[in-house]
Ligand binder design. Structure first.
Ligand SMILES: [Zn+2]
Length: 168
């Protein structure tokens, strides 16, 4: 806040960027990261996200785990004694699921990794893995191409608009 010397009124002014400190505190997020990302994707895509939110998933199974009771996503509940606990997002945010139990993420990750390791000795399991992996990569690549086209279109629009403003 600064004081207007003429009127004596207090005015709010943003501090210069060099005086600001920013830090992501995912544990204090009001909206589940999964839901937030989905909402951003709907609103205008990842281009609208802050760079720190565009990073790769935080955990091995980020976005993949589902509540066994209602099928909703799981979100980080807290970090307790160096271990991460997760919980049904619907149970946490809307109390619309009765599965209020929390789970140790490292236990789930170890079980999944162990299961994968067991199945990777099987030829059919490897073939299935490679096929699903390639399908997912292709879907992601198609998404990127599509996004790039959208962004380039928006850029052209912005450039045309800039031209118009400049000419005016
Ligand atoms: Zn649930």
């Amino acid at each position: 806040m600064v004081k207007d010397t003429k009127t004596g009124n207090r005015l709010s002014r943003l501090n210069p960027e060099t005086d600001r400190q920013e830090q992501a505190v995912p544990a204090l997020a009001i909206v589940d990261p999964e839901i937030f990302a989905a909402a951003l994707a709907k609103r205008g895509g990842r281009a609208a996200m802050a760079p720190r939110d565009r990073t790769t998933p935080r955990h091995l199974l980020s976005g993949l785990l589902r509540c066994g009771s209602c099928g909703a996503g799981m979100s980080v509940e807290d970090h307790h004694r160096g271990r991460t606990r997760i919980r049904c997002t619907k149970a946490t945010e809307a109390a619309s699921c009765d599965n209020t139990r929390s789970y140790q993420l490292d236990v789930i990750e170890a079980a999944v990794a162990g299961g994968l390791r067991d199945r990777m000795v099987d030829r059919d399991g490897i073939a299935l893995y490679v096929r699903v992996y390639n399908e997912e990569r292709q879907a992601l690549a198609a998404y990127s191409v599509n996004r790039r086209a959208q962004i380039e279109k928006r850029l052209q629009q912005a450039e045309r608009e800039q031209d118009r403003i400049y000419k005016a």
